[in-house]
Design a protein around this ligand. Structure first.
Ligand code: HEC
Length: 109
C-alpha cells in the first residue's frame, strides 16, 4: 500500500516535464509563427536546419551568446542589432512573451 502511493506520487511529479517535452504550448506555437513569418527568410527558426542567409545565426543557437530574456527589450524597442542587412522589427508585449517562450523551447543545450 505504502509503496503504491509512493509510485503514484513520483509519476505525478514527473508529469509537468513530460508535458513540456511533447507538444509546444499555444504560446510557443504563436511565437514560432511570428518568427516564421518575420524572420525565417534569413534565420533558421527551427530545431534543425541552416539559416537561408548564412550570415544570420540559427535561432536555436542564440542562447550561446546571451540569455534569451535579454532579447525582450530589443524586441520591444525595435530590433536592429547593429547591422544594415536586417530590417527593424517592433513587437508588442504579448508577441514578445510568445516569441521568448518559443525561442527558449528550441535552444540547444
Ligand atoms: C533580411 C534578413 C534578416 C531578417 C528578415 C531577420 N534577420 Fe536577424 N540577422 C540577420 C543577419 C544577417 C544577422 C547577423 C548579423 C551580424 O552578425 O552582424 C542577424 C542577427 C540576428 C540576431 C543576433 C544578434 C547577435 O548579437 O548575435 C538576432 C537576435 C536576430 N537576428 C533576430 C531576428 C529576429 C527576431 C528576426 C525577425 C523578427 C530577424 N532577426 C529577422 C538577418 C536577418
Amino acid at each position: 500500500m505504502h509503496a503504491k502511493l509512493r509510485i503514484a506520487s513520483i509519476a505525478l511529479s514527473m508529469m509537468p516535464q513530460l508535458a513540456q517535452g511533447q507538444e509546444p504550448s499555444a504560446l510557443e506555437q504563436r511565437g514560432g509563427e511570428l518568427l516564421t513569418s518575420n524572420c525565417a527568410r534569413c534565420h533558421s527558426v527551427a530545431r534543425t536546419g541552416d539559416s537561408p542567409n548564412s550570415a544570420a545565426p540559427p535561432f536555436r543557437t542564440l542562447s550561446r551568446k546571451y540569455p534569451i530574456d535579454s532579447l525582450s527589450e530589443a524586441l520591444a524597442e525595435g530590433l536592429s542589432v547593429g547591422h544594415p542587412e536586417m530590417p527593424e522589427f517592433v513587437f508588442d508585449t504579448d508577441e514578445i512573451t510568445a516569441i521568448l517562450a518559443y525561442l527558449k523551447s528550441i535552444q540547444e543545450r
